[in-house]
Design a protein around this ligand. Structure first.
Ligand SMILES: [Zn+2]
Length: 605
């Protein structure tokens, strides 16, 4: 009887799980043809905020829509668009229509002219009016000084104040339902425009009401509060997977690209020697990578007669120091490739083993080679470089690669590392300081693509602070501003100290590192190795969360991401939870799932 009763219970539970609603965390982004990946508006400016609430994006070019493409897997759609023209605006609106019962964000213009300049304004408006309860008006002016703006202060003046200077034009938009909450209203003569509003299907905002897009480097700003925008459109009342936190504490990780080990420093030592002197006294988890060709005694560098004349320029010196560094008990070894490819998608490299490789200039200034098939030699650059580093440090498994050069690997490259169980990351270049003073410069966890996902490192390195290592070598200490701004009032990134060996070359940059490490010592971070961060970031994209019943969630496919967040102070019940911590300063509750289990049921009380 008991057995039958238990069977019944498990059938009921099983049925509940079957009926559960998956929290869809993937959002489809339609991007303009000239707003390409990875530079699209949504990816560079908004996706970090989406990540903060557990969402990520998949991109589709606006002219490559397939009306038969299913929409089931998406939480909704985002269109951030400036052009009135697209190949087929009717097909586009028909596709957008498929999302009317989901949650969506539309910023900017809904294109209505086709590629032959034919306007479909009325047809588009009909669909917008019937399915989305708004329409495009006909009043338009560029004379913005005559436009009166009224807006809900709770949502705007976030990083830049609303003014006629941020207003680029008056484009009339009308709404047609009581269920719409207008938050930005503009008046020009007798015409009224509802320029930003929330609707049951999501949000619409004119680009210049929401975001200040500047041609000046570093001057982009959010006019609207993007946290309020995202949290009001998408469901945020669920266990949000966290990539910034472990055991309630902010994650910190350090990684060093091998570049520059062959350079002499201000004190006549090679940077790799200074690196050892410095790092051996800093017992914090650190990832260290080398470029194999800079160690390989049979490679082109040590065979170059010009370099042979430099005092002490011997492969033994560099290999011994590399070995000593990798042997430090708190160091995780990594490869920074064999010859440092500059452009992964065009096969541009610093050296090639192919005698027929063509001499080219990378970014019109750096002498490089292009592989004959325009593809990076992956076995050489990845597999062989890892084997080289592995020989230096047989006691630790070498399985991490830091992308080099433009850090924009192709899908082929990403698949190669996945197939060979290599953990790879880099790229992104997040900054949030006085020179780039906006959340719009904080990059997401990664670049998700259906075929393979690239994980970004969480911060930019000293190169971007020193004008590509030409000036102001001390300036990398400004990264501390980024650490602070991405930690409070919202914790949106780990503290990632990311630099190259050449930082040990100059007095200014060496001192900058000292300042940064002092900052680390003053704070109580949770240190992890880069490999763990990469695994957490990968798991972020494939962890599954279902709402079984109200406030009851099933989390599955838990691998390395074990930390979750709830907004506000919340109590929880679960047998699978290891710890719950309320963070008063951030007003969020972090909880952690026990080690080793990959499924958990959590009830929010
Ligand atoms: Zn590099």
């Amino acid at each position: 009887m008991i057995i039958r009763f238990l069977t019944l219970i498990s059938i009921v539970l099983f049925m509940t799980v079957l009926n559960a609603n998956e929290i869809k965390r993937k959002i489809l982004v339609l991007h303009e043809a000239d707003d390409t990946l990875p530079d699209s508006h949504v990816h560079t400016k908004l996706e970090t905020i989406l990540n903060h609430y557990g969402y990520y994006t998949e991109h589709l070019e606006i002219n490559k829509i397939d009306l038969n493409k299913k929409t089931d897997e998406y939480a909704g759609l985002i269109l951030w668009n400036y052009s009135t023209q697209t190949d087929d605006p009717i097909e586009l609106i028909n596709y957008i229509q498929k999302f009317k019962n989901k949650k969506n964000i539309i910023i900017g213009t809904i294109p209505y002219e086709d590629k032959n300049n034919k306007s479909h304004f009325n047809e588009i408006n009909k669909i917008l009016k019937s399915d989305f309860k708004f329409s495009l008006g006909e009043v338009w002016t560029k004379n913005t000084s005559l436009v009166k703006q009224n807006y809900n202060k709770q949502y705007f003046n976030f990083e830049k104040k609303v003014s006629f200077l941020t207003n680029r034009a008056f484009n009339q938009v009308k709404t047609h339902s009581k269920n719409i909450k207008v938050v930005f209203k503009e008046t020009y003569k007798n015409a009224i425009s509802h320029s930003a509003f929330f609707a049951p299907w999501g949000f619409y905002g004119q680009a210049d009401s929401v975001f200040y897009d500047s041609k000046k480097i570093g001057a982009n700003r959010w006019i609207m509060d993007p946290f309020k925008l995202v949290s009001q459109v998408f469901n945020i009342k669920y266990p949000i997977p966290e990539t910034t936190t472990k055991n309630g504490k902010r994650i910190s990780y350090i990684h060093i690209d091998g570049d520059g080990i062959l350079s002499k420093s201000f004190n006549q030592k090679f940077t790799i020697e200074n690196g050892y002197d410095f790092l051996s006294k800093k017992p914090i988890k650190t990832g260290i990578s080398f470029i194999a060709v800079e160690l390989d005694k049979d490679g082109p560098i040590f065979k170059n007669p010009m370099l042979k004349s430099i005092k002490d320029f011997k492969p033994e010196l560099f290999n011994q120091n590399a070995k000593k560094l990798l042997e430090l008990p708190f160091v995780e070894p990594a490869s920074h490739t064999y010859t440092h490819p500059f452009n992964w998608r065009k096969g541009m490299v610093a050296y090639s083993v192919d005698k027929n490789a063509k001499r080219v200039l990378y970014e019109d200034r750096i002498s490089a080679y292009q592989e004959t098939d325009k593809q990076v030699n992956l076995k050489y650059e990845i597999h062989d470089s890892i084997s080289y580093i592995q020989k230096l440090i047989p006691s630790k498994k070498v399985e991490v690669l830091y992308w080099s050069g433009d850090c924009y690997p192709s899908i082929r490259d990403l698949k190669y590392v996945n197939d060979h169980n290599i953990l790879a990351f880099n790229g992104g270049d997040s900054r949030f300081d006085l020179a780039f003073n906006s959340y719009a410069y904080v990059m997401p966890v990664g670049l998700y693509m259906k075929e393979a996902t690239q994980i970004y490192s969480s911060n930019s390195n000293e190169n971007t602070y020193t004008d590509d290592w030409t000036d102001n070598y001390w300036r990398f200490k400004k990264v501390i501003t980024t650490f602070k701004k991405t930690g409070y009032p919202k914790r949106i990134k780990p503290v990632n100290v990311y630099y190259h060996f050449y930082s040990f070359a100059k007095k200014g940059s060496y001192n900058a590192l000292k300042t940064i490490y002092k900052y680390l010592e003053k704070n109580d971070f949770e240190y992890i190795y880069p490999s763990e961060y990469i695994k957490i970031a990968k798991n972020f994209h494939n962890i599954k969360i279902k709402e079984i019943s109200k406030n009851m969630f099933q989390i599955s496919n838990i691998k390395d991401l074990r930390e979750f967040r709830l907004e506000g102070k919340r109590a929880l019940a679960s047998k699978q939870i290891k710890s719950i911590r309320y963070n008063k300063k951030l007003n969020v509750t972090y909880f952690r799932i026990k080690d080793k289990i990959n499924k958990a049921i959590v009830r929010i009380k």
